[in-house]
Ligand binder design. Structure first.
Ligand code: SAM
Length: 327
C-alpha cells in the first residue's frame, strides 16, 4: 500500500522542490543581491546524495518533485540525474523550473531523460526590458528555448511571470494574449518579500492583474486541471492556453500547502518563509543511512508551520535568498 505523509496540521505532504545549485547566471532585480555569497562547491549536495534522499522520500510518500535552483541548467550532469530519478516507482510528477537561457540546447536531452513538462521564468516580452530586469541581453535566447521545449514535446510549457509595478505591469495583457494561439500556461506570480531587495512599491496583486485582463477578455475559471499547485487557473474563451494566478501574499494558500524544499547545500525547509531548516547533509555524509533520512523527514513535517505571516509586507522574510532556497 502507498504510504502517505502528513504534517502536524493534518496536511498531506507529497511535493518536494529540490534546488540543485544556488548559482545563477542572471541577476534579476528582485532576486540575487550584490552581496551574494555562493555556497562552496564541496557544500553542494552531489547528485548521488540527492538521489539517495529522493529514493527514501518517494518511498515515504513524496509523489511530485520539481528541480530548481539557482539555475538548474547550469549544473553538469542534469540529464543523467533526471534519468536516474524519473522512473522511480511512486513518483507521479517530475518537473523543472529554469530561466531558459540554456534551454535551447538542453530541452531535447531533458525530454529524453524523462522530463515531461517545464516552467520557464520570463518577466517581459521586450528584449531591452529583459536586459534591465535580468542584467543580460538574452531575451531571444530564452524565447528560442521556450520554442524548442515545445518542439521536443515538453508539455505543458508554463511561463512564470513575476508581476511588478514599475517593470511589467503594462505587459499583463500581452502575456495573456500569448495563450490565445498557443497552448502556453502563463502564470502571474505576486512579487514576494524574500530579501533586502524587497520594495513594496513594486507589489502588484493578482486581483489587479485579473482586473487588467478583464478589461479586454473574460476569464473563465478552470477547475480540476492537474499540476496547478496553488495557482487559480483561468482560460480566455477559445484560447489554446491557460492563465494562472498565484497569490502567496494577497490570498495565502498555506491551508493546502503540500510542499517541502531541499536547499542545494542539503537542508530541508518545511516552509519557504520560515528559516527553520533540518540538516540532511551532515548525517548523510557521516554515514547516516535510510533510517536517519526517514527520521529527519518526519522531524521536518513536525516542524512545518501552520501558515506564513507574509501579510506584513514591510520587511523581507527569509535569511536566505530565493536562489538559495530554490524558488
Ligand atoms: N533560475 C530558475 C528560474 O529563473 O526559474 C529557478 C530559480 S528562481 C529563484 C525560481 C523563481 O523564483 C523564478 O520564477 C523567479 O522569478 C522567482 N522569484 C525569485 N525571487 C522572487 C520574489 N522575490 N518574488 C516572487 N518570485 C521570485
Amino acid at each position: 500500500m502507498k504510504k502517505v505523509l502528513t504534517d502536524s496540521h493534518h496536511r498531506t505532504i507529497d511535493y518536494l522542490r529540490i534546488s540543485i545549485t544556488d548559482h545563477c547566471n542572471l541577476r534579476c532585480v528582485y532576486c540575487v543581491t550584490d552581496t551574494v555569497k555562493w555556497v562552496p562547491h564541496e557544500e553542494i549536495l552531489r547528485f548521488e546524495e540527492i538521489a539517495r534522499i529522493v529514493r527514501v522520500f518517494v518511498d515515504e510518500g513524496i509523489r511530485k518533485i520539481r528541480i530548481t535552483g539557482g539555475e538548474p541548467l547550469m549544473r553538469h550532469g542534469l540529464p543523467e540525474f533526471i534519468a536516474q530519478i524519473s522512473h522511480l516507482d511512486g513518483l507521479e510528477d517530475l518537473s523543472l523550473t529554469t530561466n531558459g537561457v540554456f534551454l535551447q540546447q538542453m530541452a531535447g536531452k531533458l525530454r529524453q531523460a524523462g522530463l515531461t513538462r517545464i516552467n520557464v521564468s520570463l518577466d517581459t516580452l521586450h528584449p531591452e526590458r529583459y536586459a534591465r530586469i535580468t542584467g543580460w541581453d538574452l531575451f531571444h535566447q530564452v524565447w528560442a528555448g521556450i520554442q524548442e521545449a515545445r518542439r521536443v514535446g515538453l508539455s505543458p510549457v508554463k511561463i512564470n511571470v513575476v508581476a511588478m509595478m514599475g517593470y511589467n505591469e503594462d505587459e499583463i495583457l500581452d502575456f495573456a494574449r500569448l495563450t490565445l494561439e498557443e497552448p502556453y500556461v502563463v502564470r502571474f506570480i505576486e512579487y514576494m518579500p524574500v530579501n533586502e531587495k524587497w520594495n513594496d512599491d513594486n507589489f502588484l496583486s493578482v486581483d489587479r492583474i485579473r482586473e487588467k485582463i478583464a478589461v479586454t477578455y473574460s476569464l473563465v475559471p478552470i477547475n480540476g486541471t492537474r499540476n496547478n499547485g496553488p495557482a487559480r487557473v483561468f482560460q480566455i474563451p477559445g484560447a489554446k492556453g491557460e492563465i494562472g494566478l498565484i497569490s502567496p501574499l494577497s490570498n495565502h494558500f498555506c491551508g493546502t500547502c503540500n510542499r517541502l524544499r531541499l536547499t542545494a547545500d542539503g537542508h530541508l525547509r518545511p516552509c519557504l518563509f520560515s528559516d527553520t531548516e533540518i540538516d540532511l547533509k551532515t548525517p548523510l555524509r557521516n554515514g547516516g543511512g535510510e533510517a536517519a533520512l526517514r527520521d529527519l523527514l518526519r522531524e521536518t513535517l513536525r516542524l512545518k508551520p501552520e501558515r506564513h505571516h507574509l501579510q506584513n509586507i514591510s520587511a523581507p522574510k527569509c535569511h536566505r535568498g530565493m536562489w538559495s532556497i530554490g524558488g
